[in-house]
Design a protein around this ligand. Structure first.
Ligand code: NI
Length: 198
């Protein structure tokens, strides 16, 4: 986890704790829970990218089923392939319900990650996973909306790697952010949580 993502988790945690305390205070005062608490809207927003087949994907494309969104890049040595392998295991655990969960791998390295490169890379993982890329400004706009940090880091001997936030975001079927999704558990447990958002 990068420092930035640790910070996001901390900020989110503080925000959620605040919500709980706020709700408890209202409950204490009026003796009932307030109307449904709106989902945290601090993460998410409009974007327009293309998938590995060149099809346009926008924020509206997040509707109809829950989504797991992960930001990374195909040249990533370990974090990204690990996350995509974990997602693949979750899809396996979902079985025939796999197509009820949208899995998006958003490139933070659009310079190298063209749709064709994404297509080739994703062929090693579950076919439900879609890769998103676009022109650098469009990718940067989505990263900003999702509070994702990424930075090009030159490598000794040439080339570069990317530092990046490695959270998996769970969005509900309205396309609203729910929470960072815990990948460090049995795929069956992760699948069971996802089923609650169908
Ligand atoms: Ni990575």
């Amino acid at each position: 986890m990068t420092q930035q993502s640790a910070r996001i988790v901390t900020v989110l945690g503080a925000f959620l704790a605040g919500l709980v305390i706020f709700s408890a205070a209202i409950f204490f005062v009026v003796g009932r829970l307030p109307a449904p608490i709106p989902a945290p809207s601090a993460i998410g927003g409009p974007f327009q990218l293309v998938d590995q087949n060149g099809e346009t994907v926008t924020q509206d494309g997040l509707k109809g089923k829950p989504s797991l969104i992960f930001f990374g890049f195909t040249h990533c040595p370990d974090v990204c392939p690990t996350a995509l392998m974990e997602m693949t295991q979750i899809y396996k655990a979902l079985g025939k319900d796999g197509d009820r969960v949208r899995g998006l791998f958003v490139s933070v390295d659009p310079e190298r990650d063209t749709p064709d490169v994404l297509k080739e890379y994703l062929s090693s993982f579950d076919p439900n996973l879609r890769g998103l890329t676009g022109d650098p400004a469009a990718v940067a706009a989505m990263e900003k909306a999702y509070r994702v940090y990424s930075k090009k880091v030159p490598l000794e001997g040439g080339g570069y790697t990317m530092d990046h936030t490695a959270l998996v975001y769970l969005m509900d079927k309205e396309g609203r952010f729910v929470a960072p999704f815990n990948m460090k558990r049995k795929p069956e447990e992760a699948a069971a949580e996802l089923r609650r958002y169908f």
